[in-house]
Design a protein around this ligand. Structure first.
Ligand code: SF4
Ligand code: SF4
Length: 472
């Protein structure tokens, strides 16, 4: 046999040729990554103006709009633009917000370079930490009125900035322990980035599954050669070099492809916990403000407290814990605090119970039909089918400012409602599609798949019914 000429033999061991568009994007980003510190500096200045300046200003006059006063402008920028657009951006660009723009993550890393470089404690690396952080911040945002009061926005965003810097200063040399282990926004963006159309993938992957390591260039401590999941990748660009044979490369993919293949992409129970609880806590945060029954239950609890002389329930608490703004005619009592926290907690648990029951039923049915894996592994994979429903829930519940802004810009109310309904329909259909593909990966033949898909359909319909007041 004639030996292959040397160049041809070498070509056989090379990775497959790269497509031109991702390579072009990677080349541009690689060339400009040295400018990122300037971007972070500008974002930090913008953060300071939008978060810390509004509470120091005089009250806006009645009727002042975003172009008249910084307070309504900052409110619109945060809740009408930043939150919903960053959330939606993960579908197109993954966690680009985190790596390219976020001032909190950049400040945390800067503090980590100069800090004590201690080993992160177990409570910090516990996978449930960001879930707890998300629930606490969401509930506190409701009790303090983060979307109405600039003082509350300064507390929540200033507090997370302080926590990011302190954790960075204490732990992990030159890395982002806050972003990897604790940030509530990072959790949200990380889980939904699995739905995204962009991933950073190893050019020469090694087996062994995802691990974390504080050696290497990755600020979120990903073992780069073993990377299979998008969740922790903040797209900081440090591991790419278009001409190098190793490192990571930008790849484009079909949105949702990672979840369709979730069993091979490091599924994690803490992410399911977030998907189940996150949508529920957002729903609770929305419903308490619109349900007439909530006011009746609150009044009943107040009368019960009066009858029993429980005076503290009818007094106001500290301003860092609840909304106390007599100048704006809003003063919460402990009664309101207890009701809001209790109601949000109950809705969160009920929402999670519906999704978990549907997932368990789907996993059991898939097993009865010969699906691969254990009940637990099928449950873990099938729970991810609800990612689009949870994402739309969070968008409508916590990103409602976007729809208010669209209405204020003149979009007819019916169109805004139609847009929300359309988003929910897309989320529901996408969830069903993901369920279909996950069941296919578990080896369920197509004619039988509707059976284990049905529980997911019921749970999605229940979620849609619960969100109906928000849509209508
Ligand atoms: S994880 Fe949080 S702090 Fe870190 S970059 Fe993302 S949003 Fe910012
Ligand atoms: S995998 Fe690469 S792009 Fe992603 S966070 Fe780590 S170093 Fe940055």
């Amino acid at each position: 046999m004639t030996p292959l000429p040397l160049p041809a033999a070498a070509a056989l061991s090379r990775p497959p040729p790269r497509r031109s568009l991702p390579l072009a994007v990677e080349t541009v980003l690689f060339r400009h990554q040295r400018h990122l510190p300037w971007v972070h500096g500008a974002m930090m200045a913008g953060f300071a103006v939008l978060i810390f300046l509004p509470p120091l200003l005089p009250e806006p006059a009645p009727g002042d709009g975003p172009l008249d006063h910084l307070v309504p402008f900052a409110n619109l920028a945060l809740w009408g633009a930043w939150f919903p657009l960053v959330l939606l951006s993960v579908i197109a660009t993954g966690r680009s917000w985190c790596g390219l723009f976020c001032p909190m993550g950049a400040a945390s890393e800067a503090a980590s370079r100069r800090g004590l470089k201690r080993k992160p404690p177990r409570w910090l690396v516990w996978p449930g930490t960001p879930v707890v952080s998300f629930v606490v911040v969401t509930v506190l945002g409701q009790t303090t009125g983060v979307r109405s009061h600039p003082e509350a926005a300064a507390e929540i965003f200033g507090g997370t900035m302080a926590a990011a810097i302190v954790l960075g200063f204490l732990f992990s040399p030159g890395k982002r322990p806050w972003c990897r282990h604790a940030c509530p926004i990072g959790l949200l963006l990380g889980v939904f980035s699995r739905l995204g159309a962009v991933e950073f993938a190893p050019k020469r992957p090694e087996p062994g599954g995802d691990r974390w390591t504080d050696r290497g260039v990755c600020p979120t401590m990903i073992d780069l050669k073993r990377k299979t999941e998008s969740r922790h990748c903040i797209e900081c660009l440090r591991c790419i070099s278009p001409k190098a044979p190793g490192g990571l490369a930008i790849r484009f993919r079909r949105p949702g492809a990672e979840i369709e293949d979730i069993a091979a992409r490091n599924p994690n129970p803490s992410e399911l916990l977030f998907l189940f609880l996150g949508g529920g806590v957002a729903l609770g945060g929305f419903l308490w403000g619109v349900l007439g029954a909530f006011t009746r239950w609150r009044d009943a609890l107040g009368e019960w407290a009066i009858d029993r002389d429980i005076a503290w329930l009818l007094t106001s608490g500290p301003g860092w814990l609840m909304s106390v703004h007599p100048e704006r005619r809003e003063v919460f009592l402990w009664l309101d605090f207890v009701m809001i926290v209790g109601f949000m907690g109950l809705v969160m648990v009920a929402f999670a119970a519906v999704l978990a029951t549907a997932t368990a039923a789907a996993a059991a049915l898939a097993g009865a039909l010969g699906g691969r894996g254990t009940l637990g592994s099928r449950f873990l994979a099938l729970g991810y089918q609800f990612a689009p429903v949870a994402m739309v829930s969070l968008l409508i519940g916590l990103g409602g400012g976007l729809f208010q802004a669209l209405a204020a810009l003149g979009l007819p109310v019916g169109w805004v409602a139609g847009l929300k309904a359309g988003l929910f329909a897309v989320g529901g259909l996408w969830s069903l599609w993901l369920g279909w593909k996950i069941l296919a990966a578990q080896g369920i033949p197509a004619p039988w798949r509707p059976l284990p898909l049905a529980p997911g359909l019921v749970a999605t319909a229940a979620a849609a019914a619960a969100w109906a007041p928000a849509v209508l």
